[in-house]
Design a protein around this ligand. Sequence first.
Ligand SMILES: Nc1ncnc2c1ncn2[C@@H]1O[C@H](COP(=O)(O)OP(=O)(O)OP(=O)(O)O)[C@@H](O)[C@H]1O
Length: 519
Amino acid sequence: MSNGQASTPPPAVHAEGVVKRFGPTVALDQVGITVAVGDSHALVGRNGAGKSTLVSVLTGLHAPDAGRVAFLGEPAPAPGDTAAWQARVACVYQKSMVVPELTVAENLFLNRFERGRIRWSKLRADARDLLAEYGVDVDPATRAADLTVEQGQFVEIARALSFGARFIILDEPTAQLDAAGIERLFTKLRELQQQGVAFLFISHHLQEVYDLCSTVTVYRDARHILTAPVADLGKADLVAAMTGEAAQTATTWHAKAAPAQKPSGTPAGDTVLRAEGLALDGAFQPIDFAVRAGEVLGLAGATASGNTALGETLVGLRKATGGSASVDGRDVRPGSVPHALNAGIGYVPEDRHRQGLVLGRSVAENATLTVTDQLGPYGTVLPSRTRTFAQRMIDSLDIKTSGPAQPVSDLSGGNQQKVVIARALARDPRVLVAIRPTAGVDVKSKDALLGVVRGVADRGDAAVIVSDELDDLRVCDRVIALFHGRVIAEFGSGWTDRDLVSAMEGLPADAGGGKGAEE
Ligand SMILES: Nc1ncnc2c1ncn2[C@@H]1O[C@H](COP(=O)(O)OP(=O)(O)OP(=O)(O)O)[C@@H](O)[C@H]1O
């Protein structure tokens, strides 16, 4: 104050010396963060670095064991004073937190009905005004369950702002948005920044950090490593700060030119998985393809392209309305996950929380469970084989855990995803179908994980990756791109980013790379 400088306004949020332990695990070790008013600040780190734990401290969900948090220079509210926390900070997750059965209007004014009778017409009118104020184009009478991910996030942002919060945390908000949706979200965030709203943005997509944020903070192993202007920090240095290893050129996976030989000597190239006229009304048109031994096939496509539905049909989560799928020449019964598993199809689901894990069970049990096994009784003693397998997976997928016996509920999100992958591999599947396998996984683990998927093919089996992530698709020997339920292009391994992105956006490939679909 007395040093002659103009006084700067207090930051939107300032945390220092924050410590948070979960039993023996130190999730945050004397960390801090400062986000200036109107700033867009990225928080990055490997899976298990402590990002989500910081979010729960900054939103009042967990009280820290030590340290201080202040908003606009004022100490954080007392634990449990929900209204006071809501007036300062909100967190928007990739999955909307709104109540699905209620309308948008009800969600917006949830928990703040005045005493007495609710006036529904006023409620709807207020909601309409509120959405209009923040430029959110959604009908307040829509059921929250019917909103797209993008609309749900916009409603959440409007809700947070209406409580008075001027600091919003976005925890992997782009994970389920396509390119156009991400652009619309970023445009909205930039608009709000102009109005003085501050953001803390958590993402494993480092390019998004460069596109959106002006400041970046890196955590590693529960510690604060650095905070710097994004413009001053190159990508290699950013990754080096995250991993603690010297900067090196990224090792992204690329498909090899020649297919692998099976160890048994059987020539590569036998068809393993075949789809003939496979169709699901309302999701995708009849499609034919074959995946050979030694091959990884990519099914690329944006949201609503039908690629996820196709993957889910292959693994029996959805029942085809036409055509058939077979493994090694034997038909797989449509719409039955146990049957698909028995036919040799292993799968990595998109929604790991609903379809992937039994949270109360250990890493080892989850890594070896299959859907059918979950129905049977389970011994309390860990068989040593289970533990050995789990330990191997922990090592090869770089799962951050205290060991095979740790409950999966204690792992960070990205590490839970790796357990799901481990489980899919436990049965040595003949075909591995992985839906967005690297969602939520940090840059370094991503390579390890894609290497494991590649390894399934290289040992002479087959794999299918369903994704819109270019890095996932680079592992593939061949990529089929879908758009609005139809094949729009097919590529060998030499595609360019531009060609594949164009195809996923519905523009048929021009010269080079892809060939148009023959429909
Ligand atoms: N409820 C809990 N009980 C025990 N340990 C926990 C709990 N929650 C988190 N941890 C541990 O704290 C550490 C930090 O986890 P956190 O979820 O904050 O990581 P993260 O950086 O958000 O990771 P990701 O990128 O995978 O989401 C991890 O080692 C995790 O296992």
